[in-house]
Design a protein around this ligand. Structure first.
Ligand SMILES: Nc1nc2c(ncn2[C@@H]2O[C@H](COP(=O)(O)OP(=O)(O)O)[C@@H](O)[C@H]2O)c(=O)[nH]1
Ligand SMILES: [Mg+2]
Length: 320
């Protein structure tokens, strides 16, 4: 049997044993989101929990992929094994942006200590918010201690996906104050660490001041953790060690304050709610078709019943 046809549990075992192509296949199944994804989710959950996720988010072109690549270099120099997920909700699998990321990350392509994967879910954002934590969990379950997740922080849903990391880095550029591409309020809310990337350009100090002002004005509980602001130049790696130190400091804070445990619990509750909602949605689509459905809609159209009574009847069949 070729690997392509291996059942999900065998693929999972192969991935746990270090088979990278099995891992890639698992992530494709998760992306697809059908029964296999659920099987994988059940297998991965008990083995997960020791990995730590670091999210990088920000407007397109802010330099997230470039920074990620620099971070990989920094972490590999310390012999840390990492996985990188690049999430792009808008690009199809072979899209230009993803290809660009692959090319940029090619330096690390042959390093067994690094696993890089782009994910997209064909414009279905609900799917993405379920697929992302599941993919992270698989990488965690196979033993990656650091999982970097790059997401484009443009709209509300994307920012929500981005905010699901243990530590979230928000990447901005000098002059961010003038840009309208990013969901600024949302990004402010999820930032644990700010990066002003492209610090080789002018305007770093103004942007830093703007950010500090925004932090001062926001009513977030920054008395416990105030996001540091780190200038970086992704293309040269300048500032990357400082960025990583800030991530480590946030991790330490999150672990010792109980914030991490609280965040993870909150995330799991949200995820569970979403799983239930997704399943109910699917069930709703199933029952809103077929013979009984046709009869009831006809009855409503002919005014022999009203929509509310008809809905009660449909739902009675589900509850039973
Ligand atoms: N001048 C300058 N350009 C950068 C820097 N970091 C990234 N870039 C460039 O900005 C462009 C977008 O970078 P990319 O990493 O693809 O951004 P992403 O869309 O946020 O992932 C690329 O052409 C990079 O080479 C930097 O620190 N300084
Ligand atoms: Mg990118």
């Amino acid at each position: 049997m070729s690997r392509r046809q291996l059942p999900a549990p065998e693929l999972f075992q192969a991935a746990v044993n270090g088979d990278r192509s099995a891992l890639a296949r698992l992530l494709s199944l998760i992306e697809r989101g059908d029964d296999d994804a659920r099987t994988i989710g059940r297998l991965a959950y008990p083995l997960s929990g020791s990995g730590y996720t670091v999210g990088l988010t920000g407007a397109p072109g802010a330099g997230k992929s470039t920074l990620t690549s620099s971070l990989i270099g920094h972490l590999r120099a310390q012999d840390l094994e990492i996985a990188v997920l690049a999430i792009d909700p808008s690009s199809p699998f072979t899209g230009g942006a993803i290809l660009g990321d692959r090319v940029r990350m090619q330096d690390h392509a042959t390093d067994p200590g690094v696993f890089i994967r782009s994910m997209a879910t064909r414009g279905h954002l609900g799917g993405l918010s379920l697929a992302t934590p599941e993919a992270v969990r698989v990488l965690d379950a196979i033993g990656r201690k650091w999982i970097l997740v790059e997401t484009v922080g443009v709209g509300q849903v994307e920012v929500e996906v981005a905010g699901k990391a243990d530590t979230t880095i928000v990447v901005v550029n000098p002059g961010w104050g003038d840009s309208v591409q990013a969901n600024k309020a949302g990004l402010m809310e999820i930032a644990d660490v700010f990066v002003i990337n492209k610090a080789d350009r002018k305007g770093v100090e103004e942007t830093s001041r703007d950010l500090m002002q925004m932090l001062d004005l926001s009513d977030l509980p920054h008395d416990t953790w105030r996001p540091p602001i780190i200038p970086t130049t992704g293309t040269t790696g300048q500032g990357v060690p400082e960025l990583w130190d800030a991530v480590l400091a946030h991790r330490e804070y999150a672990e010792s304050s109980g914030d991490l445990r609280e965040r993870r619990a909150f995330r799991l509750r949200e995820e569970l709610r979403e799983i239930v909602a997704t399943r109910l949605g699917r069930r709703a689509r199933q029952i809103c078709s077929g013979e009984r459905w046709d009869q009831l809609t006809d009855a409503v159209v002919e005014r022999s019943t009203d929509p509310w009574t008809a809905a009660d009847e449909m739902l009675a069949a589900v509850d039973a």
